[in-house]
Ligand binder design. Structure first.
Ligand SMILES: [Cu+2]
Length: 300
């Protein structure tokens, strides 16, 4: 009987562990329902941000426990009903030095690794691929400026997918609840043409906008960059795992701000190379027939 109970407990524990790890994997790329913490992401930058966030969180927890614990203890132990009498002094240099120096030390200890990570994050040198991202009301343009040192000529606009767009237009009608959403999981999150990127390659982004300020944000990559007209911001990423990573415009940019999602599809290098070649092949026939035009010489 005892062994049966043990087996049951063991099963329950392993099920719980499985559920948690599955949740963690899921949380790294897509937010889960009731997810409270930020995701760990799929890049070193994202993991660094996550680590710093956790360090700061635990420092806050320890400070919170000490400060509120001391307050609660003092309030309970030295209460008026027990005959406690307040001390009358108003300054204590030693106490003031201590409560100034300790926070400074904590801040320096936290700032040191954070600064190192920020410096790393700002280094956009030597990319394999450069992508120019331009925000418009309410879509994104992606230009594959150069790949492995060569210009690619690939350039397209990515906007909300037709199905989501149609559903949301219907929903803006008289009875929004009567309109059925096709796929709940991707409603308003899919785009017509995703940004396809290679994994395990340093990718530099140059981000700008053509009308108002937008912000390009894919949480799994670990950063968010403003897209500002007349200004170029740059950022970089190195995606470690193939997959689909979703994001949004993160700057209130007008009435359809909520309808300009981002979809990144990360593929292994060979697959990305094939995709890029196909895009280039699709783009060239349009320019080829234009070549013979100058043959028609002007007739005098
Ligand atoms: Cu926007």
């Amino acid at each position: 009987m005892k062994s049966l109970a043990t087996t049951r407990i063991r099963r329950a524990v392993s099920a719980a562990v499985l559920a948690t790890t599955a949740g963690m994997v899921h949380a790294s790329s897509m937010p889960a329902r009731w997810q409270l913490n930020m995701g760990e992401g799929v890049t070193e930058t994202a993991r660094n941000a996550y680590r710093m966030h956790m360090i700061a969180l635990w420092v806050c927890v320890v400070i919170g426990v000490i400060v509120f614990g001391a307050m609660a203890y003092a309030m309970f132990k030295f209460r008026k009903s027990k005959g406690a009498v307040a001390a009358q002094w108003s300054h204590n240099t030693k106490a003031e030095v201590i409560w100034t120096v300790i926070p400074i030390l904590i801040l320096v200890v936290m700032a040191w690794p954070a600064t190192q990570m920020l410096v790393k994050q700002a280094d956009t040198s030597n990319p394999v691929l450069t992508v120019k991202v331009t925000g418009y009301q309410w879509k994104w343009r992606y230009e594959y400026v150069d790949y492995e040192g060569k210009p690619t000529g690939v350039n397209f606009v990515s906007k909300l997918d037709a199905e989501s767009d149609k559903t949301r237009q219907l929903k803006s009608g008289l009875d929004p609840h009567a309109v059925k959403v096709g796929d709940e999981a991707t409603y308003l999150l899919n785009v017509d043409k995703p940004l396809v990127l290679p994994t395990n390659a340093k990718i530099r982004f140059v981000v700008t906008a053509d009308d108002v300020i937008h912000a390009w944000w894919v949480p799994a990559l670990g950063w968010k960059t403003d897209a500002i007209p007349d200004i170029i911001n740059d950022a970089w990423t190195l995606i470690e795992q193939p997959g689909t990573y979703r994001g949004q415009c993160a700057e209130l940019c007008g009435q359809d701000h909520g309808f300009m999602p981002i979809v990144v599809e990360a593929k292994p290098k060979a697959e990305f190379d094939r995709w890029l070649a196909a895009q280039q092949a699709a783009a060239t026939p349009a320019t080829a027939p234009a070549a013979p035009a100058p043959a028609a010489a002007p007739q005098g």
